[in-house]
Write a protein that binds this ligand. Structure first.
Ligand SMILES: [Cu+2]
Length: 208
């Protein structure tokens, strides 16, 4: 008698929570200059943890992160962090106020200063930007039908998506290559191989 082995594997993939991070170009197309009005530029914007500021400026300028007191008085005696490369990305990693001035004499007092308040990330996940795993794009229409040799079935639940594949028992990659959909079946094959390695912890298998 043929040895009929059937395997049912259930895999639950956690949908990755992704947050939309924004990079704000300070001063927009004008950049970081003597002529900017950064109070106006800030108004109406919400800066959240995970966002970044991008300062673009010529070599006559710099970006200095300072305390509120030094921002108010345009003092460069206690600079927290300096950027001078002309195109500086400042990650907003903690909630709270942040203050930036240009350290070139006269520029801060002329208005080249920026104060922002960083708020905690909202925690509301947006549409995931991570593409679905390749297996989610497959279908089993061109796969060998389950037959008397055996049956393999894979169910995947990912968020609201629920798909399942069935095919006949795949003995080896030779069977995969000779099928009508070797590309899709190869993904299935390797995924099942990987799952099989971990199945004792996460999955059940029934044979009969
Ligand atoms: Cu300057």
């Amino acid at each position: 008698m043929a040895n009929i082995a059937s395997a049912l594997l259930i895999l639950v993939l956690a949908a990755p929570a992704a947050f939309a991070a924004t990079t704000y170009t300070v001063g927009d197309s004008s950049g970081w200059t003597n002529f900017g009005d950064y109070t106006t530029w800030v108004s109406g914007k919400t800066f959240a943890v995970g966002d970044s500021l991008l300062f673009k400026y010529s070599s006559t300028h710099s970006v200095a992160e300072v305390s509120k007191d030094d921002y108010d008085s345009c003092s460069t005696s206690n600079i927290l962090k300096t950027y001078t490369d002309g195109s500086s990305t400042v990650p907003l990693s903690t909630a709270g106020p942040m203050y930036f001035i240009c350290s070139t004499p006269g520029h801060c007092s002329g208005g080249m200063k920026l104060a922002i308040t960083v708020v905690a990330a909202s925690g509301t996940p947006t549409t995931p930007t991570t593409p679905a795993p390749p297996i989610m794009k497959e279908d089993d229409n061109n796969w060998p039908e389950p037959d008397r040799v055996g049956r393999q079935e894979l169910e995947i639940v990912m968020g609201n998506e629920h798909i399942s594949f069935t095919t006949s028992k795949i003995g080896s990659l030779v069977d995969v290559h000779s099928s009508q959909d070797p590309e899709g079946l190869r993904i299935f094959y390797y995924l099942v191989q990987v799952i099989a390695i971990y199945k004792h912890g996460y999955l059940f298998e029934c044979s009969g």
